[in-house]
Design a protein. Structure first.
Length: 114
């Protein structure tokens, strides 16, 4: 995921959590804020409950790659934070992609047709 699309500062994450709305499925939670400016930013927050640093970073890398594949279909004026639940530990790449897509559609941030 290119740096220009990343939420990096703690302040940005706090803003999304404070102002955002959330949608979830059994394996992941999406917190999002629709903004006026057309600049998409996304963050991935993985709890320590999901394993050691190697497991957490592997999950984060897979989530970033899955999101990057559908970047062109996502609304450009929003801030997003994806948080996997404990059941997401053993997800395959295809399941991660499906879960992220489902959450974006549920939030109304991605068109269903594509």
């Amino acid at each position: 995921l290119r740096r220009e699309y990343s939420l990096r500062r703690n302040k940005e994450f706090r803003y999304v959590y404070r102002r955002g709305r959330s949608v979830s499925d059994s394996r992941m939670v999406l917190v999002y804020v629709v903004t006026k400016t057309p600049h998409l930013k996304v963050g991935f927050s993985v709890s320590r409950k999901l394993g050691n640093s190697v497991q957490r970073n592997r999950l984060k890398r897979r989530m970033k790659e899955a999101f990057f594949g559908m970047l062109d279909r996502v609304s450009k004026n929003c801030l997003l934070v994806f948080t996997p639940r404990e059941t997401a530990k053993d997800m395959t790449y295809a399941e991660i992609t499906a879960s992220i897509g489902k959450l974006l559609i549920k939030a109304g941030l991605m068109d269903k047709s594509s």
